[in-house]
Design a protein around this ligand. Sequence first.
Ligand code: SF4
Length: 354
Amino acid sequence: MNLQQKLKSNVRLDFEDGLKLYDMDLFELGSYADKVRQERFGKEAYFNVNRHINPTNICSDICKFCAFSANRKNPNPYTMTHEDILAKVKKSYENGAKEIHIVSAHNPHTGFEWYLEIFSKIKKAHPDLHVKALTAAEIDFLSRKYDYSYETVIDKMCEYGVDSMPGGGAEIFDEKTRAYMCKGKVSSEGWLKIHKLWHQKGKMSNATMLFGHIETKAHRIDHMLRLRELQDQTGGFNAFIPLVYQRFNNFLKVKKYLGSEEILKTYAISRLMLDNIPHIKAYWATSTINLALIAQEFGADDLDGTIEQEAIQSAAGARSANGMGLKDFLDLIRSSNFIPVERDSLYNKIKIYH
Ligand code: SF4
């Protein structure tokens, strides 16, 4: 069976198929991805009203692609107090946020409890707020720093009120590329193991892939297939989020821009390769809102959310520092001929904006 026949009959694609998809005409590829998207979600485009908080940028790791952590290119170390964080959460909650998304750098000075107590304090103040927190990279850091097993850190997360895990820290799984980009950070195997353990607790998470830097197309397909394999075992991933690499203020020194054609192809290929992960998110903070909207016609069905404030991608050049107002968000989705659907963090529909 050739690739077109497989695509027409929804047959699972293999590694070679994934590579061939990059050679396909953009619009032909997009139409296959859009067909799958429309069969599942019609013209609905998902988003949530959320707030990103990045409590500290002091980091014991030195990822070459990172512009967020305090270093000689970004010499502004900060660590928020719990009171600062709670004040931000309160304001966002009153403005309608349903999810608080908390990701930090790997701060070696705060202590284990500093990370965990944020969650229990938020939950105590706002029991109905969904807390999405601690990437697998952070869990690995806490495990190494404080000599706890992954299982113990995960049990503590559950105990302190974390509802779901974000998908960050996956970067690119290829070991050689990973060793060059972020030596010392959680290994690919460790990342997958942590998500598996989390899923085995009956909890959901997301998965990311950082692309457009020094990785190859083969690395991207390999990354997707490793996620697909785990998803076959656990079913615990809600969404796959291809993150477009931001090129400023970091040490990776990537000169070329990834063109929008290849970005759109990567969204479409994600939809087609990851037949078992329900949602493909075009995270507008890394792709720009315009491309994230176009991506909705190339397999993506989600745009992330209003964000409110964001420090990680914006440090590297993304225009996401102040998030986006709900009205603007809705207007943009509608004018792109999609139906905005506000969802919660687990993709239950909250409101359909017809
Ligand atoms: S990507 Fe995360 S772990 Fe790596 S240096 Fe930046 S903040 Fe630290």
